[in-house]
Design a protein around this ligand. Structure first.
Ligand code: NAP
Length: 375
């Protein structure tokens, strides 16, 4: 099997490369690497890898691969995927971008939750396997046990999404903004006697200044938040918010949101100044009043990555924070309690590395599923 990789040096691609190297996935097939910006340069050194980068727009070099994994982004997928299929390419397309997710001829992959849907797709000849939106994957992994038990009627998810969710350039710009802000008050901070309101005023001014780096983020994210992610779909809904309900039901193999048998997933998606990891405050309407101890045991037992954090101050601060979870496959879920609204209303807070389970890991595991099926 020959696998082509496009977008391997971006945020998702770099994490995918690291995970594949540590799981020794590259030893299973030969690899060809593509670039939109550096054709002919040295390719990453992996076992069974070709030495030079190919042009990511070269349909014939792409078409020579049995499977292609793209972490290059939606515009690339929209431009290249139809050309490849039109040229008669029958290989498996595995993608982190959203462009093809909701197409009828695509399966959304999150195998701990929907291996049955993936296997059914392979059996009926589906050739497009797409990673889900990061917050959707992380939420489904976190409440997998409640979903399996058929206990979830609806979910409201208030998200706190990291800068890296928007890509490498946004992460760099967040750091540049932090540096700009701290430069604006460096002298006042060094002087322990300086008035805090003066510091606050200088920071407010810097946050609104034209000189604050904002080429990618559009506005301040350091010392601020952005209550809108992705495109405006009209009627007050962002595309990121729409994805939650649409993708969650597709992943679970259920009817579209709003149809009988679907679950409702609603919420507001917010970008915050975390570097990595998406957090979500969930309100869940259970279909029946199940004791909290049973809820905890269902959540904890669903898959080997979910981890219930006791709903106490010290454990929450220590374990339920992006800085602790970054780079780890574990998905902690805490703040579990019944709300005053009634015994069927549950609160939860979950944090997950959106570059691992939210992006790279389901793609890496899809390649393994494919390899196992072919051998
Ligand atoms: P990204 O970091 O912006 O990388 C995309 C491409 O940008 C790279 O492959 C690279 O292409 C080019 N690039 C330009 N300047 C770069 C630099 N300084 N460092 C690295 N690469 C640079 O995008 P991404 O966040 O990985 O997202 C890829 C896709 O995955 C998108 O469709 C996104 O929506 C989706 N996704 C992202 C996340 C996330 O948490 N970031 C989660 C789930 C899904 P060349 O090498 O060809 O120049």
């Amino acid at each position: 099997m020959k696998v082509g990789f496009a977008g391997w040096r971006g945020m998702v691609g770099s994490v995918l490369m690291e995970r594949m190297a540590s799981e020794r996935d590259f030893e299973l097939f030969s690899s060809r690497f593509f670039s939109t910006s550096n054709r002919g340069a040295a390719a990453p050194a992996v076992p069974g890898g070709e030495a030079r980068l190919h042009d990511a727009h070269d349909v014939s070099a792409l078409g020579d691969c049995d499977a292609i994994v793209s972490c290059q982004g939606g515009d690339y997928t929209a431009a290249i995927h139809p050309q490849l299929r039109a040229a008669g390419w029958g290989g498996i397309w595995i993608d982190a971008a959203s462009s093809l997710r909701m197409n009828e001829d695509a399966v959304i992959v999150l195998d701990p939750v929907n291996l049955d849907v993936i296997q059914a797709g392979l059996a009926r000849g589906v050739r497009n396997y797409i990673g889900a939106n990061c917050t959707v994957s992380l939420m489904l992994m976190a409440i997998h046990g409640l979903l399996k038990a058929g206990l979830v009627q609806w979910v409201s998810a208030m998200t706190y999404q990291a800068a890296s969710g928007a890509g490498a350039q946004h992460m760099r710009e967040l750091l540049l903004q932090m540096a700009y802000l701290s430069d604006a008050v460096r002298d006042r901070l060094a002087d322990e006697g300086s008035a805090i309101l003066e510091i606050d005023r200088a920071i407010s001014q810097a946050l609104r200044s034209d000189k604050l780096p904002r080429e990618h983020l559009e506005t301040a994210l350091a010392g601020n938040l952005i209550a809108w992610i992705d495109r405006d779909l009209g009627q007050g809904v962002s595309r990121e918010e729409w994805k939650a309900g649409a993708e969650a039901n597709k992943i679970l193999g259920r009817p579209a949101m709003g149809q009988p048998g679907s679950i409702i997933v609603e919420g507001i998606c917010v970008r915050v100044g975390a570097m990595r990891c998406h957090s979500q405050g969930l309100t869940i309407k259970l279909s029946q009043d199940v004791p909290l101890a049973e809820v905890e045991s269902l959540v904890a037992g669903a898959n080997r990555w979910v981890q219930v954090v006791p709903n106490r101050r010290d454990e929450t601060i220590r374990m339920l924070a992006p800085a602790q979870v970054a780079g780890r496959l574990q998905i902690p879920v805490g703040r579990l309690r019944k709300l005053a609204i009634g015994g069927e209303y549950l609160s939860a807070f979950t944090v997950g590395d959106q570059l691992l389970w939210g992006a790279a890991e389901p793609l890496r595991r899809m390649l393994r599923i494919l390899f196992d099926r072919r051998n």
